[in-house]
Each structure stands twice: as structure tokens, then as C-alpha cells.
Write a protein that binds this ligand. Structure first.
Ligand SMILES: [Zn+2]
Ligand SMILES: [Zn+2]
Length: 163
């Protein structure tokens, strides 16, 4: 495990630079984040996202770690993604809001949950993935490209930023 891939908690002081395009945080305000732009935005219907959000899918915004300003403390839960990779899910220790996830093999990227944006309408999903595990009671938007499992594009993007 790379040494910068911390377990259990993450506390990082925000840089003083402003002009971050996307801002958000947890419900109680103890955790705040900002980043200039996403790598990609998509809907994930995998079982791990269902558990971590308590609903049918996660609205996922992939963000380059080095562009993410993150303040406050999250507790990490170590789990396993649908494709068998180790995944960590971070939630606010104060209010429990799930905010962030990351794959152990790709510490260069984080996944932010779009419901925690200050303006959730900034989220514009480009595709849906892991639709094979979507529950029967959810309607999938067939105007979006959808993938039964992991889209090859996201894997290639993660590979390109792996460090
Ligand atoms: Zn909180
Ligand atoms: Zn998922």
C-alpha cells in the first residue's frame, strides 16, 4: 500500500487559492471540499454504491486528488468494489454523510458524491454503469450511454493517472 494512501482518516488543510468551480460538504459542515473540474461524472448502480448511499445508485464525480481541497475529518470504511478492487468510502465522523470514495490502486483520483455539492445541479452524468445490479424499482435513463458493468473508458482514465 502506498504510504500516501492513509487508512482510517484523512485530514488535509485547504490551500488558500480560491476560484474553485465545484464546492460542497457534509450535512453538518464539518467537512468541506472544493475542486476546479471533474475528470468524469456518471451514475453507478453497483452494490457497493447502493450500500454506501442507502439508495439505488451513486452520482459519482471523479476528481484528480491533487486538485481536491479537502478540510475536516472523514472516517474511512474499507470495502470491495464490484470489480474486486479495494475501495475506501469516507463519511463525516460527526454527521455520517457519505462524501468520498477512492480505489486503493488509484490514489490519484477520488470519487465525490454529487448530492453533497453546494449546487447538486452542477452534476451532469455522462453515462450509467453497473446497471446489471440496479434494483427493479429504479428507472434507468436510457438517454445516457449505459454499461452493464465497468465502462472501459473509466478504467483507462484511472490507469492513466495511477501513481
Ligand atoms: Zn458532517
Ligand atoms: Zn459503484
Amino acid at each position: 500500500m502506498p504510504k500516501h494512501f492513509e487508512r482510517n482518516h484523512m485530514t488535509k488543510v485547504a490551500s488558500p487559492e480560491v476560484s474553485k468551480g465545484f464546492t460542497g460538504g457534509c450535512r453538518c459542515g464539518a467537512v468541506r471540499y472544493a475542486f476546479p473540474q471533474p475528470l468524469f461524472m456518471g451514475l453507478c448502480y453497483c452494490r457497493d454504491c447502493q450500500h454506501s448511499t442507502g439508495t439505488s445508485h451513486a452520482p459519482v464525480i471523479a476528481v484528480l486528488s491533487e486538485t481536491l481541497d479537502f478540510t475536516g475529518t472523514v472516517r474511512w470504511y474499507d470495502g470491495q468494489s464490484a470489480c474486486g478492487n479495494k475501495v475506501q468510502r469516507g463519511f463525516c465522523v460527526e454527521c455520517g454523510t457519505p462524501l468520498i470514495g477512492r480505489l486503493e490502486k488509484n490514489p490519484g483520483a477520488n470519487a465525490i458524491l454529487a448530492g453533497t455539492l453546494d449546487n447538486p445541479s452542477l452534476f451532469q452524468p455522462a453515462f450509467a454503469m453497473w446497471t446489471a445490479s440496479a434494483p427493479s424499482w429504479v428507472t434507468i435513463d436510457h438517454n445516457l450511454p449505459s454499461f452493464q458493468e465497468q465502462p472501459p473508458e473509466t478504467g483507462a482514465m484511472y490507469d492513466s493517472i495511477r501513481r
